[in-house]
Every structure is written in structure tokens, then in C-alpha cells.
Design a protein around this ligand. Structure first.
Ligand SMILES: *Cc1c(COP(=O)(O)O)cnc(C)c1O
Length: 317
């Protein structure tokens, strides 16, 4: 464990993966746009040879995220769906995935329209708020369980500790899309999940000015880390150095932004409950949320997203 990893989340959000630049002393990680790096003789270099394989600005972003998620190795992607796609590349034709039934629409499209056809995998969508459904979906070919909590858009919550117990018992890889919670609000790896991923486009980026993704591997599994490094480098969907630089800036304020999101969303959800134009308010922080107790156990605050149903339903004019 590095010294920085013993510090609090706020300190790691500012400093993890970032050292003053050795050539100038610049305290902020410079934006390295170089594609290629000088080699003193073939194969002899300072850790970087080509920026798809490794870039100093992206490396700082990846190390910062690895520290925030309390994992072993991080990989920066060009988008959230690129990170999800890279996880699915770990599978072989014939493998089966158990996925949550209320996933982000782009994830369902990636599975149904692309991966099922191009990779020959099968996917079963399951309501994981009832864990009995997991046993029913299990097949001898099940190799991956893919969850998102809270889900986009219905804010369903699944018990990550129970999901990881199920995955370990059945020797399958567990993946959690942590986008809607953020690394500040939820730590899936500490609850036993194997890989956590984000659309960094959302809370991590935080300013609506970039598209990126990231995944962090929790297990000290050199083979899994090496396979992911190979997928990342071979497919090439990397975070650009400019976006890596922007996210490093954004991560410094992640804790205070999430605290404010937690407070504001909670106050707005309470207010909407008393509004007679709104028939239903869905927010994990409300006591009437079906998985409120699980949210209290595994989240640090309840995040910034609220879903509502408007009284009278939708009206198409
Ligand atoms: C936005 C989103 C994604 C996809 O991320 P992109 O950066 O848009 O590719 C994946 N999962 C969740 C939960 C999201 O909200």
C-alpha cells in the first residue's frame, strides 16, 4: 500500500497518482499530448513508449481512481460504454451473463444489439432486488454478473455484499456500474465486487464538458489485470490526455460536490413528496423506498438523482 492510500478520501481525491512533475516541479500533472516517447535504445524508455499503451496524464487519472475505489489497477476509457464493452471482452462465445433488469439503456443496447451477436454470449436480465431470482438464472455457463446500483433511471438498489457472495460461491466475475452513486458515495470493491466501473461523463467529470469512462479491478489477480491491460491496449478505447487532465481537475472537488448533491437531492425529494402534482417520488433516501435499508448500509448519502411520476400520467397531444 502506498502512503497516499492511507489518507482520507478528500486528500486522495486531490493527490493520489499525482507527483510534482520531475522535469519542472509543476505541482499539477501536466497535459502530455505526445503520442510517442524517446527511447535511448530500442525498448529502453522511461515507462512510456506510445500513448495508447500508456500516457502520463492518463496514468495519473487511473492511479487516482484506483486509490479512490480502493482497488489494484485502473483503466481509463473513452466513454462509460467503452469500459463496459471491455469487461464483456473478458468473456468467450457461449458464456452467459446475469444482468440487472433496470440497467442504463446504452448497456442493454450494447448487450442486445452488439455483444450477443458479435461475441456469441447470452444474457438473462433479472430483478436482483429479490436474490432468489439469481439462483433461477444461474446456468453452468454463467461467467459474469453485471449490476448497477442505484439503477438509471428507476433507482433500484441491490445488496452488493450479497451479490459478491453469490459470485464467489459460483465462481463468476462480478461487475458493478457505480456511475449513479460515484466513488464518494459507494465502494463496491470493499463489498467484494471484482470490477467497478463508471461513466466518468457524469459525477466524476462533473462539469458536462467531457465523455469518458473508467474501470478499477479490486482483486489482486495478476492474470485478470494483465488480460484487461491487453484488451485496453488492443482495442484502444482510451481516455484522451486532455479528458484525463479535466477529470483530474474535477476529482479534486468530487467529495464536496457529492456532499452537496446528497443534501440537495434529499431536501428536494422531501419537498416533492408533499407536491400533489407528483404521484410518486423515487429516492433511496426516503423511508418508503423499497431498498432504503440496503441503501443506508452500503451508501454514504443517497446520491443526487431523484425519479418522479407525474400525477395523471403522460399525455400525448
Ligand atoms: C451514462 C451512463 C453510462 C454510459 O456512459 P457514457 O460515458 O455515456 O458512455 C453507463 N452507465 C450509467 C449508469 C450511465 O448513467
Amino acid at each position: 500500500m502506498k502512503d497516499i492510500d492511507k489518507k482520507g478520501f478528500e486528500t486522495r481525491a486531490i493527490h493520489a497518482g499525482q507527483e510534482p512533475d520531475p522535469s519542472t516541479g509543476a505541482v499539477m500533472t501536466p497535459l502530455y499530448t505526445s503520442s510517442t516517447y524517446k527511447q535511448s535504445s530500442p525498448g529502453v524508455h522511461q515507462g512510456f513508449d506510445y500513448s495508447r499503451s500508456g500516457n502520463p496524464t492518463r496514468k495519473a487519472f487511473e492511479e487516482c481512481m484506483t486509490s479512490l475505489e480502493e482497488g489494484r489497477a485502473g483503466f481509463g476509457f473513452s466513454s462509460g460504454v467503452a469500459a463496459i464493452s471491455a469487461c464483456v471482452e473478458l468473456l468467450q462465445p457461449g458464456d452467459h451473463v446475469i444482468a440487472m433488469d433496470d440497467l442504463y439503456g446504452g448497456t442493454v443496447r450494447l448487450f442486445n444489439e452488439i455483444k450477443i451477436k458479435s461475441q456469441g454470449i447470452t444474457v438473462t436480465y433479472v430483478d436482483m432486488t429479490d436474490l432468489k431470482n439469481l439462483d433461477a438464472a444461474l446456468t453452468p455457463n454463467t461467467k459474469m454478473i453485471f449490476v448497477e446500483t442505484p439503477t438509471n433511471p428507476l433507482l433500484k438498489i441491490v445488496d452488493l455484499e450479497k451479490i459478491s457472495e453469490f459470485a464467489v460461491a459460483n465462481n463468476i466475475l462480478s461487475i458493478c456500474d457505480n456511475t449513479f452513486a460515484s466513488s464518494y458515495v459507494q465502494k463496491p470493491l470493499s463489498l467484494g465486487i471484482d470490477i467497478v466501473l463508471h461513466s466518468a461523463t457524469k459525477y466524476l467529470g462533473g462539469h458536462s464538458d467531457l465523455i469518458a469512462g473508467v474501470l478499477v479491478i479490486g482483486k489482486n489477480d495478476e492474470e485478470l489485470i494483465a488480460r484487461m491491460a491487453n484488451i485496453h491496449n488492443s482495442l484502444g478505447p482510451i481516455t484522451s490526455s486532455f479528458d484525463s487532465y479535466l477529470i483530474l481537475r474535477s476529482l479534486k472537488t468530487l467529495p464536496i460536490r457529492m456532499e452537496r448533491h446528497n443534501q440537495s437531492a434529499f431536501a428536494i425529494a422531501k419537498e416533492l413528496e408533499n407536491n400533489n402534482k407528483i404521484s410518486k417520488v423515487i429516492y433511496p433516501g426516503l423511508e418508503n423506498h423499497p431498498q432504503h435499508e440496503i441503501a443506508k448500509k452500503q451508501m454514504n448519502g443517497f446520491g443526487g438523482i431523484i425519479s418522479i411520476e407525474v400525477a395523471g400520467g403522460s399525455r400525448i397531444l
